[in-house]
Design a protein around this ligand. Structure first.
Ligand code: PGA
Ligand code: ZN
Length: 431
């Protein structure tokens, strides 16, 4: 058994140029693993706490020296001598040491850095690829290796760009490809067609935080039309579907959803989404409503849940307790999974397993602030999650994940299969 010998931490930068935490765990047999923690912009109210220094003299207060010091101090001391391969015990210790419900004392960014780096170190010690190690460590019983359907965010709005669009993400999902590699080729080709199309419309082709374009289009419907046309021009009609992340908490003001300057009730906006969905073959809508509009979510799932995956991101914040409420109340039929919303790998895996048991679709996700760390690619395969959301086929912090999945698919050879539209099929199952 390889024991944890030491833990180091460093303040590094994410893809937006803001500080984030990196940790390295070293084991008694010399194996080591490092991890970089992501960071969001449209963060949910109920997410675990990202500890920032608040020292305005450095990085406008966004430094993470305190979190890094917590890694090298209290957290390192607590995990020294533990079996790195027992991820559940390790994470339980980290969580108990923090002692708060939202990891606010030591910081979810500090705790998650240790959790992820320990898993990597244990996989290195076992000389096993991370995806296979995670499957074994969490005793996931499946002999299937599903490569996730990529949800490629090709038009950015909301807090991720200054396109003027209220909806944060417009995604293309290659549901009918023969392999993950073919799905990525299809997504990348459509992305290039879209770029030419926008240029021809005299729109900017500069990109937003997640690598998607940020054109100043007239309306949300126009964005959907440009995407549908790009899919057809790319020769992929019928093979690619559309998906949205509204991040609607950002346009929920005074009890109304303010879309294209019009204040709408949750039931009125459901009708708008339904009309977009039927015109443009949308398979899923993430955060169509605000993070605490439980009644609205329940009504929307009753209305649209047999046609669409309604994905809770800010609603569930990868929190098994909030998810349990959503399952019980039939508030949604899918969950977005982000490691740093909850702050340990083990709690993240728990959320995925609970969701899968309830027939919810699971989508493993990046954040708008990312590093070159491709941990989520391995996690998606380990858990047979079915789908992954990690931006456009552009910007290396996004491509690190897609490229890692290409490597995993090649390594698995004939054992791998592509999930395609599986995650989005028969949403009624979840109700
Ligand atoms: P964030 O956005 O990382 O800025 O929170 C991603 C999302 O809302 O899914
Ligand atoms: Zn989201």
């Amino acid at each position: 058994m390889a024991k944890i010998e030491s833990v180091r931490a460093l303040e590094i930068l994410d893809s937006r140029g803001f500080p984030t935490v990196s940790a390295t765990v070293v084991l008694s047999d010399g194996a080591e693993g490092s991890a970089g923690v992501p960071s969001g912009a449209s963060t949910g109210e109920h997410e675990a706490v990202e500890l920032r220094d608040g020292d305005k003299a450095r990085y406008f207060g966004k430094g993470v020296r305190k979190a890094a010091a917590n890694v090298e101090g209290e957290l390192a001391k607590a995990v020294k001598g533990l079996d790195a391969a027992d991820l559940a015990a390790l994470d339980a210790k980290l969580t108990a040491l923090d002692g708060t419900p939202n990891k606010g004392r030591l910081g979810a960014n500090a705790i998650l850095a240790v959790s992820m780096a320990a898993a990597r170190a244990a996989a290195a010690s076992a000389k096993t690829p991370l995806y296979a190690f995670l499957r074994r460590a969490y005793a996931i019983k499946s002999d299937k290796w599903l490569l996730p359907a990529p949800m490629l965010n090709v038009i950015n709005g909301g807090k991720h760009a200054d396109s003027g669009l209220d909806v944060q993400e417009f995604m293309i999902v290659p549901t009918e490809a023969a392999s993950f590699g073919e799905a990525i080729r299809c997504g990348a080709e459509i992305y290039q067609v879209l770029k030419k199309k926008l240029a021809a419309m005299k729109m900017t082709t500069a990109v937003g935080d997640e690598g998607g374009f940020a054109p100043r289009l007239k309306s949300h419907l126009e964005a959907l039309e440009v995407l549908s046309a790009s899919i057809a021009e790319g020769g992929y009609q019928g093979q690619v579907r559309l998906a949205l992340d509204c991040a609607a908490s950002e346009y929920y003001k005074g009890g109304k959803y303010v879309l294209e300057s019009k204040p709408l009730s949750s039931s009125e906006i459901a009708d708008v989404y339904a009309s977009w969905a039927s015109k443009h073959g949308i398979v899923s809508i993430e955060d169509p409503l605000a993070e605490d509009d439980w009644a609205g979510w329940k009504a929307m799932t009753a209305k649209l849940g047999d046609r669409l995956r309604l994905i809770g991101d800010d609603l569930f914040v990868t929190n098994p307790a909030r998810l349990a409420r959503g399952i019980k109340e039939k508030s949604a039929n899918a969950i977005l999974i982000k490691l740093n919303q909850i702050g340990t790998l083990t709690e993240t895996v728990q959320a995925v397993r609970d969701a899968q048991k309830a027939g919810f679709a699971t989508i493993i996700s990046h954040r708008s602030g990312e590093t070159e760390d491709a941990f989520i690619a391995d996690l998606a395969v380990a858990l047979n999650a079915g789908a992954i959301k990690t931006g456009a086929p552009c910007r290396s912090e996004r491509l690190a994940k897609y490229n890692r999945l290409l490597h995993i698919e090649a390594a698995l050879g004939g054992k791998a299969s592509y999930a395609g539209g599986l995650a989005f099929a028969s949403p009624a199952r979840a109700r």
